[in-house]
Design a protein around this ligand. Structure first.
Ligand SMILES: Nc1ncnc2c1ncn2[C@@H]1O[C@H](COP(=O)(O)OP(=O)(O)O)[C@@H](O)[C@H]1O
Ligand SMILES: [Mg+2]
Length: 318
């Protein structure tokens, strides 16, 4: 790449164009165009094997890209890697520490490799992640959740503008997940950007403001979660006096609804982008046919339903 390479757009914490990484025939990251706005929690969401860890490793310069360009905090990488990474904290895979040393001793070792100010951030970082009271215990005595927190504390030694966390919820129990989620939210409240990868749809939906959905190395969709949900199917639940006849009536219209009869009544699934005025239309059709409508309720499909709709492999379990 030439020295004249255009600078990145400072609006983005992460910006990639055509980023590609192959392992032999296998394209783990395929022409990825990623734009992560600053100051948000951003989820990189996809099933196992989708290429999430590989993308993160490429961003951090732990492995080379085969094609494409990328910027971290506006700095071109790998050209200005040191400058970029000075303000980036990352946890890839499980954070690794010397388990026979204490949490504080581990951070002292890490701080020694950084700018002098990092030393002064040791105690505030430990406090920040809620393990200051255990700082002088050996890491071997820490739970998985505490190790994750120590990992975040290690990131905070560099006062990062951008944190990149690979599957931060992995191995955590529900309470640990809850704490991690709160911590991410508070890091964003401090003005930092957090990019996290996950195969857990629910966690991304709860934690993140924006998301990129990735499958087999390709980004299928990205944007604010609220926008993605607007593209999701609209589901109408209908309780009425004659569900079987109602089903035939609705299926015979041009609404494009898929209709299922369940013990609760009818469930109509309408295509993404359908106006909620369709609710009144369904009501009219049924009432005009002499069917009594007891309940008619629009339910927005969750990101999960939408994710299942758009990815080919349906959230294969761990
Ligand atoms: N070092 C490697 N050598 C060969 N193939 C790899 C290597 N790392 C990852 N892969 C392959 O790249 C694809 C993406 O893997 P990965 O980035 O780990 O996905 P994820 O983190 O989304 O689960 C998978 O098909 C995986 O087998
Ligand atoms: Mg991974």
């Amino acid at each position: 790449m030439s020295a004249e390479q255009a600078p990145g757009d400072g609006r983005w914490a992460v910006e990639t164009h055509g980023l590609t990484k192959r392992f032999g025939e296998n394209i783990a990251v395929n022409g990825v165009e990623l734009l992560v706005p600053r100051g948000c929690a951003f989820g990189y969401l996809g099933p196992n094997g989708a290429g999430k860890t590989t993308l993160i490793r490429v961003l951090l310069g732990l492995t080379h890209a085969d094609a494409g360009t990328m910027f971290l905090l506006g700095h071109p990488v790998p050209k200005r890697r040191d400058q970029a990474l000075a303000r980036v904290g990352a946890i890839v895979d499980e954070p690794r520490f010397h388990s026979h040393l204490t949490g504080r001793q581990n951070l002292q070792i890490l701080a020694a490799a950084r700018e002098p100010a990092a030393r002064d951030r040791i105690d505030p970082s430990l406090e920040r992640v809620g393990i200051l009271h255990r700082a002088d215990d050996r890491v071997s005595k820490y739970s998985m959740g505490m190790r994750q927190r120590l990992g975040v504390a290690a990131c905070l030694l560099g006062d990062p503008q951008l944190l990149i966390l690979d599957e931060p919820m992995n191995g955590l129990d529900p309470a640990g997940m809850h704490e991690m989620r709160d911590m991410i939210v508070s890091l964003v409240a401090e003005g930092r950007t957090v990019v996290l990868s996950s195969h857990l749809l629910d966690e991304v939906q709860r934690t993140c403001d924006a998301v990129a959905i990735v499958d087999r190395g390709n980004i299928i969709h990205q944007g604010p979660i609220s926008e993605l949900l607007a593209g999701a199917a609209l589901v109408l639940e209908v309780e009425c006096s004659d569900p079987e006849r109602a089903k035939r009536l609705v299926a015979g219209t041009t609404l494009g609804a898929q209709v299922v009869v369940s013990p609760q009544g009818l469930e109509l699934t309408l295509p993404g982008g359908t106006d909620r005025g369709v609710t009144a239309e369904v009501n009219r059709i049924l009432v005009e046919a002499g069917i009594s409508v007891y309940r008619l309720q629009p339910v927005r499909a969750s990101l999960e339903a939408w994710f299942l709709q758009v990815t080919s492999r349906l959230g294969d379990p761990e």
